[in-house]
Ligand binder design. Structure first.
Ligand code: FAD
Length: 333
């Protein structure tokens, strides 16, 4: 089968209990760019038990077509169930390009599909474009983030990639967009796993870093785990949550679920306050897409200041309490 028979850019809209995760919608923005570059359509794939919200959101965020597979067996993600359904769709419609969010389930699904389809997959892409040959250029950090590799899938189709949540911004809603909805009656018979329970990663009720509008992050400069209390207080006053660098995780001060960066979460909050973080390339890779970046560091030459919008050179143990005092005063006024 020639490459010209593989059509359209597909985006997997991963849902949890019927609600689409942001990453699928973020990828519709990138998918649109690729679809325009390839002169093809942008399609969403929604698989689940309750699919209506996924369909609506995919439509609202610009999909031209939405492939839907619905059934009780798809209530929770399973590699067997979702892998089977997605594969049947691919075999029937032959997509050119597939984008999947690099969530735990998305990584699982993407790699399973790539193996089944005998094609390549580039994981954790940070930039996507199309070259004249019709190949997608999948760009991702390599060698510990010290350089960026551009990867092509030139011998097989579909071409596939995963992208981390938060790596791209959600596209603006396309008012009045009318997508063609194609429902396929596919039922996966042989699902070998069963979801027994969900345990929340943030059992303390705090906002996960990937979902917060405001993140106050601490690094090695915090000196010990107890000192993170001032960051929690500042985050609380701003309606946000606490993040950290890998140094803070490696020191045992914070859980890995709070780590921002290449081997942690990629975050795009409206406000990111980095306290006692030097700004290593692996940390910056996970937070440079934030709306406004404030950095507090006593070293004026710290690399974090290169990406910061507001650079506060000084001792965080003086600056953070001063910010807390001022915010409290304003709340009381
Ligand atoms: C493959 C790989 C993946 C990695 N992934 C990640 C990742 O996902 N996330 C990540 O963060 N790192 C990651 N790292 C580690 C990264 O290279 C850095 O080592 C790490 O980010 C450093 O953390 P830090 O900035 O907290 O500590 P440091 O680099 O030690 O910086 C501490 C900063 O605190 C400042 N400071 C100290 N005291 C004060 C004070 N009282 N007031 C104000 N400032 C003060 C210092 O001036 C300094 O700039 C990775 C590394 C590798 C090799």
């Amino acid at each position: 089968m020639g490459f010209e028979q593989y059509k359209d850019v597909w985006v997997f809209i991963e849902c949890f209990e019927g609600t689409p995760k942001n990453v699928g919608l973020e990828l519709l923005g990138q998918g649109r760019k690729l679809a325009e570059g390839l002169g093809q359509q942008l399609c969403a794939v929604v698989i689940g038990k309750d699919v209506e919200e996924g369909i609506q959101e995919a439509q609202r965020h610009g999909a031209d077509k939405i492939y839907v597979v619905q059934g009780d067996e798809y209530r929770h993600y399973s590699a067997d169930g979702y892998g089977y359904a997605f594969l049947q769709l691919c075999r029937k419609y032959s997509p050119n390009t597939i984008l999947v969010g690099a969530t735990i389930n998305g990584r699982d699904l993407g790699s399973k599909l790539a193996v089944s389809l005998h094609t390549g997959l580039t994981a954790d892409c940070t930039a996507l474009s199309v070259e004249d040959t019709g190949n997608v250029v999948w760009e991702r950090p390599a060698f510990g983030g010290n350089l960026y590799a551009q990867i092509l899938c030139s011998d097989t189709r579909p071409q596939m990639g995963t992208v981390r949540p938060g790596a791209f911004k959600k596209p603006a809603p396309v008012e009045g967009n009318q997508a063609v909805v194609i429902r396929e009656d596919i039922h996966a018979g042989n699902i070998r796993t069963q979801v027994v329970d969900f345990i929340k990663a943030c059992a303390d009720g705090t906002i996960p870093v990937g979902e917060a509008d405001v993140i106050v992050s601490g690094g090695r400069g915090m000196k010990n785990p107890e000192n993170f209390a001032i960051l929690k207080e500042l985050a609380g006053l701003l309606g946000g949550t606490v993040g950290c660098s890998r140094a803070a995780v490696d020191s045992g001060w914070m859980p890995q679920s709070r780590q921002v960066g290449q081997t942690g979460s990629t975050v795009t909050p409206k406000l990111y306050i980095a306290c006692g973080i030097s700004g290593a390339v692996q940390h910056v890779a996970g937070m440079s897409g934030s709306g406004t970046i404030v950095a507090i560091n006593k070293d004026a030459s710290a690399p974090i200041f290169e990406v910061a919008d507001y650079c506060l050179v000084g001792d965080l143990f003086e600056i953070v309490p001063a910010l807390i005092k001022e915010l409290k005063a304003r709340k009381q006024a």
